[in-house]
Design a protein around this ligand. Structure first.
Ligand code: 13P
Length: 303
């Protein structure tokens, strides 16, 4: 972190001055995770955003995550240091598209993965994350359930709950690009390793895994496993927090590292600038926010 000396000092001064808290997703650049007050998966970050006392939240993640923070914190300022940090999965669904599907299934309860815009959440009954999707669906008593927008997570939840879901055809291109061949290759190279997959991976990849979990859930899997080697099937940014927390263990990612370019758009310089200028802010129109909040709160109240 030596090369960032002055930027780090400036961030600390500004963080104090603005009474700000810095939240970072597990896929962020190492130097961003290292300055954060809290790092976590989407569920942990949503919980933390709902609980913070700080007046300013600097959200180091992608746009939908900062929007979730703005949904639960209307009186606070949510800054997203790089406004172009989007999510191709969230872009696969629009509120109009979801309304059309709802018309075809008027009895259905809608469960929407947190990787979605506030406007899509506002059309939904429940939100979920990869950390609680199974629990959320299990808690719903309805004749039909629409699950949006991640097809792979939907198929995983369907398998785990035995429920027949109406699943939106979206995916995360980073996780969807992880193939069975990549996993077999890694297993050959590291025969004793435990394979841990994110549920955004394709069903045939998930089927090869020893454990399936959200990014933060992976820390628990590693902690509870006696072995030393792990094959991790998710965005390679996870390597940093895993190696930091478990220095004696070895973590292997697919050779063509899965990297989310949007997650890497945030830099220390952009964090510094956003705190100095108190921009770019993420806001959600009040009517959308109120409806989206219902879905987020229902999720937060489960488990
Ligand atoms: P987690 O909630 O598991 O951190 O996943 C977030 C995400 O966007 C995965 O691509």
């Amino acid at each position: 972190m030596e090369e960032y000396g002055e930027t780090l000092r400036n961030i600390d001064v500004l963080r104090e001055k603005r009474k700000a808290v810095i939240l970072a997703h597990n896929y962020q650049r190492p130097e961003i995770q290292d300055i954060a007050d809290f790092t976590g998966d989407s569920l942990g970050l949503a919980r933390e955003a709902a609980a913070v006392e700080a007046e300013v939240i600097v959200f180091c993640g992608v746009h939908f995550m900062a929007e979730t923070s703005a949904i639960v914190n209307p009186g606070k300022v949510t800054l997203l240091p790089e406004p172009q940090a989007g999510c191709p999965l969230a872009d696969t669904i629009t509120p109009e598209g979801l309304r059309t599907l709802k018309k075809l299934h008027p009895q259905a309860v809608v469960v929407t993965y947190v990787n979605s815009t506030a406007a899509v959440k506002a059309e939904s009954d429940y939100c979920c994350t990869s950390g609680n999707a199974v629990e959320v669906v299990r808690a719903i008593d309805a004749p039909e359930i629409i699950f949006t927008p991640d097809r792979n997570l939907g198929l995983y939840v369907q398998r785990m709950t035995g429920r027949d879901l109406i699943i939106w055809e979206g995916c995360c291109p980073i996780h969807d690009a992880i193939t069975v061949e990549m996993v077999r290759e890694l297993r050959e190279l590291h025969p004793g390793a435990l394979v841990v997959a994110h549920p955004e991976c394709r069903p045939e990849v998930v089927a090869l895994a020893d454990a399936v979990s959200s990014t933060s859930g992976m820390f628990r899997v590693v902690k509870d496993h006696p072995g030393e080697e792990f094959i991790i099937l998710t965005e390679a940014g996870m390597g940093h927090p895993l190696r930091k927390r478990f220095p004696g263990r070895r973590f292997h990612f697919p050779i063509q590292e899965p990297l989310c370019p949007d997650m890497k758009l945030i830099t220390l310089e952009k964090v510094e600038r956003s705190l100095a200028e108190m921009q770019p802010r993420v806001t959600v129109p009040e009517d959308v926010r109120e409806r989206a909040l219902r879905a987020v709160e229902r999720m937060l109240s489960i488990g």
